[in-house]
Design a protein around this ligand. Structure first.
Ligand SMILES: Cc1cc2nc3c(=O)[nH]c(=O)nc-3n(C[C@H](O)[C@H](O)[C@H](O)COP(=O)(O)O)c2cc1C
Length: 219
């Protein structure tokens, strides 16, 4: 199966804390996934690789001929993936605007009927818990329901080095065991939804909203 790790930071300055702590956390997640689940593919989606333009215009608002190639490329990756790992810092007790912006560029039909895992971190002691709570709502609305276990990394700068390896004094096995609780759930759900989708196409049963959100209104 194929999993995308969405990185939720574009911050390239400091202070506070070393810049783009999220890159360390994402690299650690990828290392854990590749070492524990060797049969699966994992790809990092870095928002800096997909410039989205100064004015918000989502993928689905373009005609097919005019959609920017990088948006199309990312849409294809989202559609063909089996699950998502959403890595977000906590900014003002909320998920990162960079992550929300990137995800908002794509319709829920690309994400739906596939699971996601919530990974949050912070420079402080709460590990992004408050951002994680809001992410449940956001990801559920996108249709990639988050698994129940979550990963939170407090003081991420003290846990992971720039290359994603653990800092001196940290135990990699303990961190990966903690990560695996969430990743095991993600992979179980991804396998289950993949197999069931091959039997029943959900998009034939629940039509995507093609015209207007009022299509789902109560009568
Ligand atoms: C605008 C802004 C708001 C922040 N708000 C919070 C917060 O609510 N809770 C928290 O624990 N840390 C907060 N922080 C600190 C972040 O945890 C820390 O800067 C972290 O490194 C951000 O991740 P990043 O480097 O990957 O962007 C905030 C940082 C910024 C830049």
């Amino acid at each position: 199966m194929k999993f995308l790790v969405f990185l939720g930071t574009v911050r390239d300055s400091t202070p506070p804390s070393p810049a783009r702590l999220g890159l360390r956390v994402s690299k650690a997640c990828i290392e854990c996934l590749l070492s524990h689940y060797t049969e699966h593919e994992v790809e990092l989606i870095d928002p800096l690789d997909y410039p989205l333009g100064p004015v918000f215009k989502p993928h689905f608002a373009y005609s097919q001929r005019t959609v920017p190639p990088e948006l199309n490329e990312l849409a294809d990756k989202i559609e063909s993936a089996d699950g998502y790992i959403m890595v977000s810092p906590e900014y003002n007790h909320s998920m990162s605007p960079a992550l929300a912006d990137m995800l908002n560029h794509f319709g829920s039909s690309l994400f739906s009927y596939k699971p996601s895992a919530i990974v949050t971190y912070s420079a402080g002691q709460w590990g992004g818990m408050r951002a994680a709570v809001g992410m449940r709502t956001f990801l559920s609305e996108l249709g990639c329901l988050p698994v129940s276990a979550m990963i939170h990394v407090p003081k991420a700068q003290e846990v992971f080095a720039e290359d994603g390896s653990v800092q001196a004094g940290q135990n990699q096995a303990s961190w990966f065991e903690y990560f695996s609780r969430t990743f095991n759930q993600l992979i179980w759900w991804a396998q289950a939804t993949r197999e069931h989708k091959a039997v029943v196409d959900p998009h034939k049963i629940v039509m995507p909203l093609k015209i207007d959100p009022s299509q789902r209104n109560a009568p």
